[in-house]
Design a protein around this ligand. Sequence first.
Ligand code: SF4
Length: 379
Amino acid sequence: MQAVRVGSYVIKQHVTGRKRYPLVLMLEPLFRCNLACAGCGKIDYPAPILNQRLSVQECLDADTECGAPIIAVAGGEPLLHKDMPEIITKLIARKKYIYLCTNALLLEKKLDDYKPSPYFSWDVHLDGDQAMHDASVCQDGVFDRAVSAIRKAKARGFRVSINCTVFDGAQPERLAKFFDEVMALGVDGIMTAPGYAYERAPDQEHFLNRQKTKQLFRDTFRLGKGKKWKFTQSPLFLNFLAGNETYHCTPWGKPLRNVFGWQKPCYLLGEGYAKTFKELMEDTAWDQYGTGNYEKCADCMVHSGYESSAVVDAFKRPLHFVKVALNGPQTEGPMAPEISLENQRPAEYNYAEHVDQRMAEIAANKKTTVRRVPAEAAE
Ligand code: SF4
């Protein structure tokens, strides 16, 4: 149903001649988290910003403005938001496909607040087997709690996918074994991608470059041939991860709304903020971003930018799509040409400016688009 709905949505965009359109609304109603992962670039904000929440109405308005058929609710940890059940219920009533991303620490406790629906899926963060994941989230025992929560959610009839971010040092054999194990757990799908090298992440040493990413996924997918791994991503995006597609970034495909506004240009990079979705789409200098255009994009192969490129390509080259969908990603032969970095513009650093501006707004208690909730009340 989801594939049919997305397919008809994409066809409609093309028929109406829309050049840029969103596929997935990324909704970050808060930055606050109950973990502090070494590779996370989302939680390094002063407490007054971490204490901000998007209201239920602001989340619904973001959906109305954006209109994408799929919504991924991320953060921070969304289950810390006290209004999350209401947000999800109201978005499901609009027949949007919702992926609620969570580290699962609160999942068992909060399961009663949600109802299974074909429109709703838990998306549990699991970066590999027990040792890999607990190292990734910098806390022992998190993997076991997540697996226990997945079992309980599946037993209650929920759809559950996992979100696996991989870092330098990951081994294909181990990753393949992990994919076997999560499929045996009964999850409905795997979403995977390399970690993006957030400039605010405490650990800057374990992000993969493009060549290593492609080799890792190629070697892993080779081990998965003949197995029934189910991914929530387009077959062509997986083929891209394995080094077989030269895609340019489509950052508008997964626009992000958070407590700052609509983030320019993508989920990963906060280079500026627009007040409305229309302003984001019309005023962002899109050509300045993507691998080959901007230094901060050089190693990015994340679904935020490239999943939409793969979906659009599926409509441009349907036979190629069918071939890859039937045979899986190509794991032998030469890789597709890489994009030249020769003319990329240098990185700009504007994090402090955005934080100062937001802090000034909060201090002045100006009327803003977010409401402030004490952290302890939400937790
Ligand atoms: S390549 Fe695209 S998705 Fe990746 S950081 Fe750059 S703009 Fe964002």
